[in-house]
Design a binder for this molecule. Structure first.
Ligand code: PAF
Length: 277
């Protein structure tokens, strides 16, 4: 496995890679969920590049950029054992040379759900992904369904800007109690970690109500709300049942529908979702 720390070095190395090239963009502090993306990329491409870059532009001023967990040594060992060929680990200065003025923005769908609480988040994500795509020129890029809105937004950007790659969305990996794997789970203390199972339980409730014939989205949102409110450590940011492409909230369930949640458990804010289809 080769580790490249500069954009110029990555460009040079890219020219010698066997095609197609699969890219797994990450912010590090990897878990099994990331490795499942690498494994899928490995099974579909002769060359697999993973990036590790804690992208400052997707964090809001009051968010956890400084404290975001980092462990490069462990990440590199995990990527190597999952069969990664190249790890791209640029510095912030190399990715955003000063003065920096250029942004990629997807409108409308970025203002909903996560975008409502984090107004500059997706601009940072779409800009850094565009930069990674331009530097690495992947044929396919792999993202987790765990961040469903991110995958939808990147797909939209790739289509709208005629980018020459395919976005692959891979299933969410879960712990034994259903908690979606996330680097931010590390912020949970033992009591919060136990309480966090409420997110997946409430998504299962939505799935069950729909399977029993409930079509009224608001009734399902309300049932989810009632269940989560029984957990004293939980504080709901949003409960959404939306069209899986436009992210418009639904009155009546129309398939495929994205059921997604953002819930604070103590301080940490957790996301999860399922698609009804
Ligand atoms: O999902 C993430 O880890 C990040 O948002 C991404 C896609 C690597 C962009 O920084």
């Amino acid at each position: 496995m080769q580790v490249v720390e500069t954009t110029a070095g990555m460009r040079k190395l890219r020219d010698g890679l066997a095609e197609p090239v699969g890219l797994v963009p990450t912010m590090g502090y990897l878990h099994e969920g990331h490795l499942s993306l690498v494994k899928q990329a490995r099974s579909e491409n002769p060359s697999v590049v993973a990036s590790i870059f804690v992208n400052p532009t997707q964090f809001g001023p009051k968010e956890d950029f400084e404290s975001y967990p980092r462990d490069t040594e462990r990440d590199l060992a995990m990527l190597e054992s999952a069969g990664t060929d190249v790890v791209f680990m640029p510095s912030a200065r190399d990715m955003y040379p000063e003065p920096y003025h250029t942004w990629v923005e997807v409108d409308t769908i970025t203002q909903r759900l996560e975008g409502a609480s984090r107004p500059t988040h997706f601009r940072g994500v779409t800009t850094v992904c565009t930069k990674l795509f331009n530097i690495i020129k992947p044929d396919k890029a792999y993202f987790g369904q765990k961040d469903a809105q991110q995958a939808i937004v990147i797909n939209r950007m790739v289509t709208d800007l005629n980018m020459n790659l395919k976005v692959v969305t891979c299933p969410t990996l879960r712990e034994d109690d259903g908690l979606a794997m996330s680097s931010r789970n590390t912020y949970l203390n033992p009591e919060e970690r136990k309480a966090a199972a409420i997110l997946y339980q409430s998504l299962c409730l939505a799935q069950q109500l729909w399977a029993e014939g409930e079509k009224d989205a608001e009734r399902i949102r309300q049932e989810i709300r009632t269940l989560i409110q029984k957990q004293p450590l939980a504080n709901i940011d949003y409960i959404s049942i939306a069209d899986n492409e436009t992210l418009e909230e639904l009155d009546e369930i129309r398939l495929p529908a994205l059921v997604s949640l953002a819930v604070k458990i103590g301080k940490p804010r957790l996301l999860d979702n399922i698609v009804l289809e």
